[in-house]
Design a protein around this ligand. Structure first.
Ligand SMILES: [Zn+2]
Length: 457
């Protein structure tokens, strides 16, 4: 059969296995994926596809598992430029004595663009095709992700203190809405309202966001119940737990992405489940900042959808979602005291369709299904470390590392081949970035040296 491909040639991927992430569907063997015009046109036996589409470009992936592009459900991409600036500090000190003073000093549009480009380079090569980002100057973040060819859910950040980006909450919102207007037609860009956290956003702003979210059907991306201190402070100041407080303003619903959800009690989890809200689980950030252990098994059993996030590189310190998955799977078992908790299959769902569902993008991405966007990742199992292999999906969570990600496609477009980014425009931007990174490093070091030492720990 000859395809009428007006804009892009058809591509036929021929992997050893396919893990589709379609609920209830088991691993496919000796099947192929036909990509036409950026979409998954057909999934069928390789022999049948080869016979039907002899003109399609054929990509042999004889030792590979093909999976949907990974969804990083929580990131501050630009903070890659602050990697390692405040290690071994608890969250409140990390924020108050390092991150916020450094951001006051360094924040600019070019900081966000270069930092986001650095993050995109790391994420793409780790198989992350969609990132849910939250940072200042979100338009610079969008531009960097688009040069990389990635999909971005841009957080329209709102916080109750001034920054180089905006003066006050109203200003943040106005700028965010203007960015949304400029980019909403781009098929790889979507948006979230992104109030930073309950402790940095006032009641009046939360109320306004509740109205906006309902009017515009925008997801709400917010740090929530990250530390015990946050919950105690909310009870002291407002007489309510943070989740109860945002619920008062209509922010607890199917559009809510609660980032961290570490200090949830049973009532919190029941509220989340009843509202069909989502959790972005970021185990490495929680471990590194000693925030605690998110009750993932209990959340799943309550029926809450869970995705995985890396958080920013300043609290991780890498943007490696497969590593998060490996830790999340093990950690959930220890926390639940149950080795069957957060199974490899459940973690795989969180990495893909779970994250896509939280972003409201489940009809377009998150699984390998006919008609969906061809956001695909090939993981190379030819390395000796992957032998023997009884269950490729179990290996993906417990054995594989991001170094095994060989090829990545977004909307059918190859963005990484043989572990290297392929876009000329992106590689040119990365070359330019390389020349600027020593300057950024000098600026970060000089800003660190300028911090009031008496306040540093
Ligand atoms: Zn965060």
């Amino acid at each position: 059969m000859t395809l009428n491909t007006e804009t892009k040639p058809a591509t036929l991927l021929l992997p050893r296995w396919i893990a589709t992430a379609v609920p209830g569907q088991s691993l496919l063997t000796s099947q192929g994926v036909l990509i036409v015009d950026g979409l998954i046109r057909e999934i069928a036996a390789q022999a049948q596809l080869l016979a039907s589409y002899p003109d399609a470009e054929q990509i042999e992936l004889a030792d590979h598992l093909l999976i949907p592009g990974l969804v990083n459900l929580h990131c501050h991409a630009a903070m890659s430029l602050l990697r390692g600036v405040g290690d071994d500090l608890p969250l409140e000190q990390w924020l108050a004595s390092r991150i916020w003073p450094l951001e006051r000093e360094l924040l600019s549009e070019s900081f966000v663009y270069d930092g986001s480009l650095l993050a995109a380079s790391e994420m793409l090569r780790a198989g992350i095709t969609t990132v849910n980002d939250m940072y200042f100057f979100p338009e610079a973040g969008i531009e960097a992700m688009r040069v990389a060819g990635m999909r971005v859910s841009a957080g329209l950040i709102v916080i109750d203190f001034p920054s180089a980006y905006a003066h006050h909450a109203e200003d943040y919102l106005r700028k965010g809405m203007a960015i949304r207007d400029r980019w909403r037609q781009d098929p790889r860009v979507s948006f979230c309202l992104a109030p930073h956290a309950p402790y940095t956003v006032s009641d009046a702003v939360l109320e306004q966001l509740g109205v906006l979210s309902a009017e515009l059907s925008l997801p709400v991306h917010m740090h929530l119940h990250e530390t015990a201190f946050e919950v105690e402070a909310s009870l002291r100041l407002h007489g309510l737990r943070p989740l109860q407080r945002i619920a008062k303003f209509g922010l607890l619903g199917p559009d809510l992405i609660a980032v961290h959800a570490v200090h949830f009690n049973e009532a919190d989890m029941a509220m989340m489940a009843a509202a069909a809200a989502h959790v972005a689980h970021c185990p490495h950030s929680n471990l590194k900042l000693a925030s605690g252990f998110a009750p993932i098994d209990a959340l799943l059993k309550a029926g809450v959808n869970v995705g995985l996030g890396t958080d920013g590189a300043a609290s991780n310190n890498r943007l490696d979602l497969l590593a998060e998955a490996a830790s999340a799977a093990r950690l959930a078992k220890a926390v639940a005291g149950d080795a069957s908790a957060f199974s490899a299959l459940e973690v795989f769902h969180a990495l893909t369709l779970g994250g896509a569902t939280a972003l409201g993008l489940q009809d377009r991405i998150g699984s390998i299904e006919q008609g969906k966007q061809a956001d695909l990742v090939a993981v190379d199992y030819s390395t000796l470390d992957a032998y023997p292999c009884m269950d490729p999906l179990s290996h993906l969570i417990y054995v594989c590392g991001r170094e095994q990600v060989s090829d990545v496609w977004v909307a059918g477009e190859p963005v990484v081949r043989m572990r290297q980014p392929v876009s000329l425009a992106f590689n040119q931007q990365i070359d330019r970035l390389r020349s600027r990174l020593p300057l950024w490093q000098n600026q970060v070091v000089s800003a660190l040296n300028g911090l009031d030492r008496s306040k540093l720990v």
